[in-house]
Design a protein around this ligand. Structure first.
Ligand code: FNR
Length: 391
């Protein structure tokens, strides 16, 4: 179990103003737009295309953001909000806040420390994270860098069952508390910014540390030290367009960990998932990187919550850019929101410290939004605090 925070997360502003008395200004931009712009400038061309790019016309990336703008908070007043907590429980795991870091691949192209920077930054705050399969550090190293807070393993299910089983077993052994099966990326989406640069990270041996460290993967190689052969095998085993609901039975058999499906948008898929014994869903458009034209995640959330929200843990990502956005997702029935690109912006600017700062700013905003709306815990963030803005 992670340590409880010493002070409400919202008190972070006090620290900033206290430093101001000593003439210090925050090292990173505080506004989310300022942070995004600074990261855009800081990254090289390839990393910029990979991190900022979405599929097709990037219409769904915009739809994700627009969906948040259409819901407005109607705060309640004169409720004692002195004592409050962001702490919550998801799938019987204690979280310091209803927020986790989204799995983002290939972080080594953003910062030399890559996923370890994310894990250390989150670990400093005790925030949970979801580690991607396509990482530049192994899942074992990431777990060790993260510490005691809950970490879950995001699985890109390789089309070789022995490698899949081996990765799941390693995640269990390393203390991961759930398997997050990403179901919207069996084939990579059409991402013009990457295509324009003819850049596929895996083809350059980026994001394949979990494969190189995997005994079942290595056993398939004639020469385990031949990088070219390893890249070829990675490209062969990665795509898995043949996956179906029936395959979930196999996954259920190889692990006792809770299983979440990431990338579900349709309420009928949510019902099917419940039927199949899945434990949780992440409502997500993969940051608009898969189906261009897809519904914004927040717009898909209410139907999924209405279908299965009483039985399954429901998380949401895609377009979460502020504490207020997380508040809206919680109010519409999510148990937690995933923070995606913004923590990568922090990493691009200042490694682990940048990730920690972004998390602290994000949680401060969420805590203050909650308090100023008259709620003292995530359970009190309910639908009645939102109105759909029709204007
Ligand atoms: C992702 N995402 C992702 N998802 C996943 O399951 N495994 C992965 O390896 C990756 N890799 C990845 C790389 C990059 C650069 C991005 C931006 C996203 C999707 C991620 O988990 C999450 O769904 C999105 O980041 C949410 O969108 P926003 O809020 O970041 O725009």
């Amino acid at each position: 179990m992670s340590d409880p925070p010493e002070l409400p997360f919202g008190d972070y502003y006090r620290l900033i103003y206290a430093k101001g008395l000593a003439g210090e200004r925050p090292e990173l931009p505080v506004s989310w737009a300022g942070l995004e712009n600074a990261a855009f400038e800081a990254l090289d061309e390839l990393a910029r295309g990979y991190v900022f790019g979405s599929a097709g016309t990037e219409d769904t990336a915009r739809a994700n953001a627009d969906a948040f703008r259409r819901w407005r908070i109607v705060p309640r007043m004169l409720r004692d909000v002195t004592t409050r907590t962001l702490a919550t429980t998801v799938l019987r795991q204690d979280l310091v806040a209803p927020v986790m870091l989204a799995p983002i691949g290939v972080q080594g192209i953003v910062h030399a420390d890559g996923e370890l920077a994310a894990a250390r930054g989150a670990g400093e705050v005790g925030l949970g994270l979801i580690a991607s399969t396509v990482a530049d550090h192994s899942l074992e190293e990431i777990a060790a860098a993260h510490g005691d807070a809950p970490h879950w393993f995001q699985l890109y299910w390789p089309n070789d069952p022995e490698i899949a089983a081996s990765m799941v077993a390693r995640a269990e052994a390393a203390g991961y508390g759930a398997i997050v099966l990403t179901v919207d990326n069996a084939i990579p989406g059409w991402k013009p910014r990457d295509l324009e640069q003819a850049y596929l990270p895996g083809a350059h041996a980026k994001g394949i540390a979990n494969y190189l460290a995997d005994p079942a993967f290595r056993a398939r190689l004639r020469d385990p030290d031949d990088q070219g052969e390893a890249i070829g095998l990675f490209i062969t085993v990665f795509p898995n367009a043949a996956l179906t609901w029936d395959d979930l039975d196999w996954l259920r058999e190889v692990t006792d960990l809770p299983i979440l499906l990431k990338g579900v948008l349709h309420p009928d898929d949510a019902l099917e998932a419940r039927e199949r014994g899945v434990n949780g869903l992440i409502v997500s458009t993969h940051g608009g990187r898969q189906v261009d034209g897809a519904i914004g995640s927040l717009d898909a959330l209410p139907d999924v919550v209405d279908a299965v929200g009483d039985d399954l843990a429901i998380l949401l990502d895609s377009g979460v850019r502020s504490g207020a956005d997380a508040f809206k997702a919680l109010a519409l029935g999510a148990d937690a929101a995933l923070l995606g690109r913004p923590y990568i912006w922090g990493m691009a600017l200042a490694g682990a410290t940048g990730v920690e700062t972004v998390i602290r700013m994000f949680l401060a905003e969420l805590d203050l939004t909650m308090a100023l709306s008259g709620a003292t815990s995530p359970a009190q963030i309910e639908r009645g605090l939102l109105r759909r803005d029709l204007g």
